[in-house]
Design a binder for this molecule. Sequence first.
Ligand SMILES: *[C@@H]1O[C@H](CO)[C@@H](O)[C@H](O)[C@H]1NC(C)=O
Ligand SMILES: *[C@@H]1O[C@H](CO)[C@@H](O)[C@H](O)[C@H]1NC(C)=O
Ligand SMILES: *[C@@H]1O[C@H](CO)[C@@H](O)[C@H](O)[C@H]1NC(C)=O
Ligand SMILES: *[C@@H]1O[C@H](CO)[C@@H](O)[C@H](O)[C@H]1NC(C)=O
Ligand SMILES: [Cu+2]
Length: 160
Amino acid sequence: MASRLCFNIGFLIVASVGLLHGAYAANTYTVGGDLGWIIPPNSSYYEEWTSQSTFQIGDSFVFNWTTGTHTATEVSTKEEYDNCTKMGIILKDAGVKVTFKDNATHYFLCSEGTHCEQGQKMVIKIGDGIPPSFAAPSLTAVAAALSALFFSTLAIFFLN
Ligand SMILES: *[C@@H]1O[C@H](CO)[C@@H](O)[C@H](O)[C@H]1NC(C)=O
Ligand SMILES: *[C@@H]1O[C@H](CO)[C@@H](O)[C@H](O)[C@H]1NC(C)=O
Ligand SMILES: *[C@@H]1O[C@H](CO)[C@@H](O)[C@H](O)[C@H]1NC(C)=O
Ligand SMILES: *[C@@H]1O[C@H](CO)[C@@H](O)[C@H](O)[C@H]1NC(C)=O
Ligand SMILES: [Cu+2]
């Protein structure tokens, strides 16, 4: 009786985690479309590209470039972004893929030469752009499901 209840609770947790993560079919975007992530033809190019879509939790972005040396550097504030500050988390490899697990606003720029000043910079807003107020660990669906299973198994074990 007790174990069945616990199993059901475990199942409910797994099911709701599945719903939370599965309701939205995540997309993978190639940053800049066919142009990729390079010095753009004009300084509003990436702004125009991002404005074509609304991005959600779970979406991925591929920074693809075939010409020149570039970085996808994430800076932490709008001030640094506006300023083309070339210090941040640097992703160097062409084809690098970034997946976002929370609502937030991310500021990317290229830290090579004056590429940022020439418009190789982009703001990615996930959802409402507001990060969660508490420091929640970004559990993947698999990890959450596994821990739910683990805890329900544990509960069954104790109640038996
Ligand atoms: C920027 O370049 C893109 C691609 O060439 C073009 O579609 C867009 O109209 C340009 N925007 C401005 C403001 O010039
Ligand atoms: C990256 O660019 C190359 C060359 O243009 C292209 O073949 C490849 O499909 C692109 N990758 C993605 C993920 O768009
Ligand atoms: C903006 O750039 C200037 C000049 O490089 C620098 O002195 C200043 O600290 C920068 N501000 C930020 C917020 O990065
Ligand atoms: C993320 O932003 C969307 C709005 O685009 C909102 O509906 C959703 O509740 C937000 N999620 C979280 C976890 O704050
Ligand atoms: Cu560049």
